[in-house]
Structures are given as C-alpha cells and as structure tokens.
Write a protein that binds this ligand. Structure first.
Ligand SMILES: Nc1ncnc2c1ncn2[C@@H]1O[C@H](COP(=O)(O)OP(=O)(O)OP(=O)(O)O)[C@@H](O)[C@H]1O
Length: 272
C-alpha cells in the first residue's frame, strides 16, 4: 500500500457559527499504480480529501501515511520527498497555469525546484521528452499558454506534474472544465501515463461516468462520509447503497433503447 488514509475527520471554521465538520471518519487506501475514483455530489467533501492527501490542509483526527511517512507531521527531507512524489492537477486549466510563463518554464519549474537536472540543456531536453509523452509538440516550448486550447493546457498541467516522476497524481475534477469531446482524450492520456509510469491516480469527479473508464477502484462519498467503496465491477454492477444507485441512475446511457427504458422506469417510480 502506497498511501493510507485512516479515519480522518476535518472541520472548517464557520465563525460566528461553530466549526462545520465536513469529513467524518474517512478511510481509504491507494496502492501503487492503481487508479482510484472519489465520487460524490457537490459539497460531499471530495476536494477536502484531495487537499488532505496533498498535505495542503490537515485533518484534526486520524492519520495519513505515505510510504512510511506520517504526512500530517512530516518535516524536512520526509516532507520534501512527499512533495515531490505526490503531485496534483487541478480542474481549471486556465487559472492554474501562470500566463506569464512559457511552456518550458511551466513544465520545467519542478525540475528546478527539486534540482533534478544539472544543466539548462538537460532541463530543456527533459521538458521536450515530457511534452512528447503527453502529446504536445516540443517545438511549442517557447510559447505562452494563452494560445493553447483547454485540452492542451491540461496536457501542460499533466506534464508539469509528471516531469518530476511522482508516484501519485491527485487530479481534482481535471476534465470538468473541458468540452465533452476533449474529456475522453485527457482521460485516455491519464490512463496511458498510469500504465507507462506505474503511477497511482486519485481522480476526483462528481460524475460516475467519468471515472468508469479509468478507475479500477471507486470510493463513493456522501455528506463527508464514505458510503461505499469497491472495484469498478462491484460499484457499477452490484451497487449496495441507495445513494450509489441514485448516482448510477444519473449516468447517461449511450444505448438509446436502454436509456429510454431507464427513463420510463424513473417516470413510473416518481408517479407512484
Ligand atoms: N475553506 C473552506 N472554509 C469553509 N468551508 C469550506 C471550505 N472548503 C470547503 N468547505 C465546505 O466543505 C464542504 C465540502 O467541500 P468540498 O469542496 O470538499 O466538496 P466537494 O465534494 O469537492 O464539492 P465540489 O464538487 O463542489 O468541489 C462544503 O460544504 C464546502 O462548502
């Protein structure tokens, strides 16, 4: 097991009201090389879990362990290693990339911070290699991101995260801001990277359809609690909890006949 999250709870300050508890006793594990989906409606606590996993915020109760490191109390070399090996990609490919930096500077920044290449030429070569890996043209290295599409920007964000060879990539709704046609390309890229680099991916989404293709394990959240977790087959074929069933009912069905039957069944249910 690469990361374990053990019974964490988290409250936010809601002054003048008492603190609001938004995570209750959340437990989940991430294994090396696996893609895991955190799914739930807006406000269910997905981003809060992601931020705890990245040590951007600390839970008040419980423990988070990454490869022998106590994440909540990590300092010094442990914290540096953790910061290098657990990376993130955010939802908004427009807001998350500094428009004053070239693609080379954006992707190469982590190499500089972590002193991973000895020379500027070696850094540039590594950036070019990374750009090719994520389906970008290395000749675009000196350009600024303003002329790139949302999908290309998300590729830059992925390259920027992967360039320092992390072992876990936490992606918070990484395709939610993209056109539907581009979403599948970015998900395919993440899957490709997962396989090639033996990378663990934690994929946050409000929509089960998005995680179906990528994630072999799925954790369903509701009001800050894990209501169900299991393999893709368990969640999609035999969901145990009514909340998971209701999330599944909202997944669009590509087959029009099945879709029609499902809509008719739902109409009947509401009529009764
Ligand atoms: N910094 C904060 N201060 C106070 N409350 C917060 C803060 N961040 C989140 N919350 C609250 O915590 C709860 C969980 O939020 P969180 O962002 O983790 O949910 P989410 O499932 O990721 O939702 P979304 O899909 O809308 O991003 C929500 O009720 C939210 O309003």
């Amino acid at each position: 097991m690469l990361m374990s999250i053990d019974s964490i709870s988290k409250s936010y300050n809601a002054f003048p009201n008492p603190p609001a508890k938004v995570l209750h006793d959340v437990t989940l594990n991430v294994d090396t090389g696996e893609a895991i989906g955190l799914v739930g409606e807006s406000g269910s606590g997905k981003s809060t879990i992601a931020k705890c996993m990245l040590a951007l915020i600390k839970p008040e109760e419980g423990a988070i362990t990454y490869d022998g490191i106590d994440v909540i109390h990590a300092k010094g070399e442990d914290l540096r290693r953790f910061r290098r090996e657990v990376q993130m990609v955010f939802q908004d490919p427009y807001g998350s990339l500094n428009p004053r930096m070239t693609v080379e500077e954006l992707i190469g920044e982590g190499i500089l911070i972590h002193k991973l290449e000895p020379t500027a030429a070696a850094r540039r070569a590594r950036v070019a290699e990374m750009m090719e890996m994520v389906g970008l043209n290395p000749n675009d290295m000196d350009r600024y991101t303003r002329s790139f599409s949302g999908g290309q920007r998300q590729r830059i964000a992925i390259a920027r995260a992967l360039v320092i060879r992390p072992r876990i990539l936490v992606c918070d709704e990484p395709v939610a801001a993209l056109d539907v046609s581009v979403q599948a390309q970015v998900i395919n890229l993440l899957q490709d990277m997962q396989k090639k680099l033996n990378l663990a991916i934690v994929f946050v989404a409000h929509d089960l359809a998005v995680v179906r293709h990528l994630c072999e394990k799925i954790v369903v959240l509701h009001k800050g609690k894990v209501v169900e977790q299991g393999t893709r087959e368990q969640i999609f074929d035999k969901p145990q909890m009514p909340y998971t069933q209701s999330l599944l009912a909202a997944v669009p069905v590509p087959d029009p006949v099945v879709g029609r039957a499902r809509r008719a069944a739902r109409r009947l249910e509401t009529a009764n």
